[in-house]
Design a protein around this ligand. Structure first.
Ligand SMILES: Nc1ncnc2c1ncn2[C@@H]1O[C@H](COP(=O)(O)OP(=O)(O)OP(=O)(O)O)[C@@H](O)[C@H]1O
Length: 525
């Protein structure tokens, strides 16, 4: 803390300093120290700093200062607009902004998908000087809410800029930027990772018609030894497809026992749904967060997980960006991230801010995927191999398979998750590392508790033949109809009333053990 500049030294209104100090922000974090003075001068900027480094206040402080200095009134409409790609992130920025607006006369609000649009329209008509929005809902209001005044827009912030150009958002962002006044606007893009998408968005923002300015590039960690937080201990485990669930199950059981707050990232909504249902069924309580949940359900899970001390959350990448969740102990990447930037954002959910000094991350890789380690090394991510003892796991697999034979809904959900796994694998950015045609389909199916490989057809892709296919001479195995049998006693019960004498005891020694060496680069086999 001693090298950090006290917030009271910033040349901003005393009112703002008092509010910050009241909320326990007494010193500036490095990115804030470097960027805020430049932003206060009105400069356009692209800001890149590690996850959890304090980018939110970096743009909120100049934003609030601008509103106070220009004496904005609600009737003047929106002067500062902040766009965030995910609803929870928008809500979170709003929560921080609300604290800062406590004692000033300007107004702040948020518009996000999934909640009452009409109420939002009313609030926009009443005038929101600082508006936080997700792209889809913002465009909707720009196009249809007549009372929404934004002609005095003076500052535009695009948070998690690369994600704002992800599939689906590209067109929306282009339309939004076309609608917004740009001549006198200060524009700020932020991201933990500068990717071609950030540069593309910068082009759209800074080099579009009538604007030929180059932004100031403020990179805080360009010279840093590592791309991820210093207190983060990162490891990976090589695990064949067929053992993936067993390892996950054993590991989560251990984390639960030790009350470790954990996020497990999966690549599809269907995987999150299936493993959520399965783990809860076998009495390992986990939460789920994905984009297909209703907004109130998403809010409730997010709120609970933020407050919790030892919950386990299974999530899609909807939770990978920007979310500030206190004291997360472990980040488990059960499915591979789509690229190294996504890896960085996912592990960035731990080790955050001034107090978040420690956190741990575990990446599951198939033996064939170790080319990903080379990509990580190139991006300055330190990682060591963990060894997961495999004893006491084999008995559980059979029980899992018979459970899925007996429960049609779980079986259906497993088959959907299997299919989504292959689909997301097939659309992977690094196809040389994640080659869907090389996947051992029987193993992958086993990883979802399926003893029979469901038939999946991926346009333009030939999958590996299963043994059964080879015998029958066809390219895909067919999905046998698995009927729901009588409901039997839960063989996985972990405790409480449902405990069974047959409970498999995945040994607690099956926690990952650091192999004690830095990973040598093996290259792809
Ligand atoms: N000056 C400060 N003093 C103390 N804590 C701070 C300060 N600035 C930010 N923080 C805290 O640090 C944490 C991370 O900040 P923030 O969410 O802004 O990170 P970020 O850089 O936006 O991360 P990401 O890239 O993941 O979105 C938050 O809990 C925030 O309250």
């Amino acid at each position: 803390m001693t090298d950090l500049q006290p917030i009271k030294e910033l040349s901003i209104h005393k009112k703002v300093i008092d509010i910050l100090q009241k909320n326990k922000f007494t010193h500036l974090l490095p990115v804030q120290q470097k960027a805020i003075p430049e932003l206060l001068k009105g400069k356009d900027a692209v800001i890149s700093a590690k996850t959890g480094s304090g980018k939110t206040l970096t743009f909120l402080i100049p934003a609030i200062e601008l509103l106070i200095s220009s004496k904005m009134k609600p009737r003047n409409g929106t002067a500062v607009l902040i766009i965030a790609p995910v609803r929870e992130l928008a809500q979170q920025i709003y929560d921080v902004a609300k604290l800062l607006f406590e004692e000033i006369s300007q107004t702040v609000g948020v518009v996000i998908g999934g909640v009452g649009r009409n109420k939002e329209e009313e609030r926009l008509s009443a005038g929101l000087n600082l508006l936080i929005a997700t792209p889809g809902r913002l465009l909707d209001h720009l196009q249809t809410s007549e009372g929404f005044v934004y002609k005095y827009l003076s500052m535009l912030v695009i948070d998690e800029a690369d994600r704002c150009l992800d599939a689906g958002f590209e067109k929306t962002m282009a339309l939004i930027l076309k609608k917004l006044p740009s001549a006198y606007r200060q524009t700020i893009l932020t991201s933990a990772t500068i990717t071609p998408k950030v540069n593309a968005l910068a082009d759209l923002c800074f080099h579009s018609e009538g604007r030929k300015k180059d932004p100031l590039y403020i990179g805080i960690d360009d010279e840093a030894d590592y791309a991820t937080a210093e207190g983060l201990e990162q490891g990976y485990v090589e695990c064949p497809s067929g053992e993936r669930f067993l390892m996950l199950f054993s590991f989560l059981k251990l984390l639960k026992k030790k009350n470790k707050k954990t996020i497990v990232f999966m690549s599809s909504v269907n995987a999150v749904k299936f493993f959520h249902d399965l783990l809860n069924y076998i009495s390992l309580e986990v939460l789920a967060l994905h984009g297909k949940m209703s907004q109130p359900a998403r809010n409730a899970v997010f709120k609970r997980f933020r407050k919790s001390e030892g919950d386990i959350l299974l999530a899609t990448d909807v939770a990978a960006r920007g979310l500030d969740i206190p004291a997360v102990d472990w980040i488990v990447q059960f499915d591979p991230p789509s690229d190294v930037s996504d890896y960085i954002h996912r592990v960035g959910r731990t080790c955050r801010g001034i107090d978040g000094k420690k956190g741990r991350a575990l990446l599951f890789l198939l033996p064939s995927e170790d080319g990903f380690l080379k990509l990580m090394k190139k991006r300055k991510i330190p990682t060591v191999e963990y060894d997961m003892p495999r004893n006491a796991l084999s008995a559980v697999q059979k029980r899992l398979e018979s459970l899925l034979c007996e429960h049609q809904s779980l079986n259906k959900s497993a088959r959907e998750a299997f299919k989504s796994y292959l689909l997301s694998y097939a659309s992977h950015t690094h196809k040389s590392v994640f080659a869907v045609a090389d996947l051992d389909l029987e193993g992958v199916a086993r990883g979802f508790g399926l003893s029979i490989v469901p038939r999946v057809s991926l346009p333009g892709i030939t999958l590996q033949k299963t043994k059964k296919d080879k015998k029958k001479g066809r390219s895909y195995a067919s999905s046998a109809a698995i009927s729901e049998g009588e409901k039997k006693e839960n063989p996985f019960d972990l405790g409480g009333k449902r405990r069974s004498s047959e409970t498999p005891t995945a040994s607690t020694s099956s926690a990952p053990i650091k192999k004690g060496r830095k990973r040598r680069s093996k290259g792809k086999k």
